[in-house]
Design a protein around this ligand. Structure first.
Ligand code: CDP
Length: 222
């Protein structure tokens, strides 16, 4: 494994933005693991499949097109809901595991480290991660952030609907039997409810920097 920063947390908690900023700061590669589940869901929906069907969802995971990770289509709430459905299917999680572990073992670009954000990075994908963060914020603040993000992508939604969707998805993610969303015992909790992005990044950096700098020094020595 390379040096790994695992960033887990609730929907729209800011974990993706923080993960990207941490990756840029340390010169590490970044993977949004949620995009893998969203791309799986998109593949299922585009093939007129059922995201709750194991066969359909597994086929989606096997045929997902990673080149579409930037496609706004994966950000719709229909795909969001379907991603949470496919993510509850163990065969789908297994199919996506190797890709994630390979990314952490050999980060693209020969980078010495990787930052991965998701739901089970510190608990299942990489329990030995160098540093682990668990990001959360109040549901209302998260709904407002996601609503703004969607608006900027020209997707107009009522804020209450966004809030309801986030709450439903968090409940499903936390209660599923496989890889449920939970804080790893050795993860640091960062509540971003009252923090703007710069303050949240400063707090995240303060939590991980000594561990990451230590691992980088060990690497140079070794
Ligand atoms: O951006 P947001 O936090 O709303 O969601 P996301 O990170 O794109 O993840 C979409 C869905 O994929 C989540 O609701 C989870 O059900 C699932 N997921 C997962 O199960 N495990 C991960 N490591 C990442 C996402």
């Amino acid at each position: 494994m390379s040096i790994v920063i695992a960033v887990d947390g609730t929907a729209a908690s800011g974990k993706g933005t923080l993960a990207k900023m941490l990756a840029r700061h340390f010169g590490f590669a970044h993977l949004d693991s949620g995009a893998l589940y969203r791309l799986t869901a998109l593949a299922v929906l585009e093939a007129q499949g059922d995201p709750a069907s194991e066969a359909d969802a597994l086929k989606g995971a096997q045929t997902l097109d990673f080149n579409r990770a930037g496609d706004p289509a994966i950000r719709s709430d229909i795909v969001g809901k379907a991603s949470s459905q496919v993510a509850a299917i163990p065969a789908v999680r297994d199919a996506l595991l190797a890709f994630q572990r390979d990314f952490l073992t050999r980060p693209p670009g020969g980078s010495p480290g990787a930052v991965m954000d998701g739901r089970d990075i510190g608990t299942v994908i990489c329990p030995t991660a160098t540093a682990k963060l668990y990001i959360d914020a109040s549901p209302e603040v998260r709904a407002r952030r996601r609503w703004t993000e969607l608006k900027n992508m020209n997707i107009r939604r009522a804020e209450q609907d966004v809030l309801a969707e986030l709450n439903a998805r968090d409940a499903a993610d936390k209660s599923r039997p496989v890889s449920p969303l939970k804080q790893a015992p050795d993860a640091d909790l960062l509540d971003t409810t009252d923090l703007g992005i710069d303050a949240a990044f400063a707090a995240a950096l303060a939590l991980v920097s000594s561990k990451v700098e230590g691992a980088l020094k060990d690497r140079h020595r070794g």
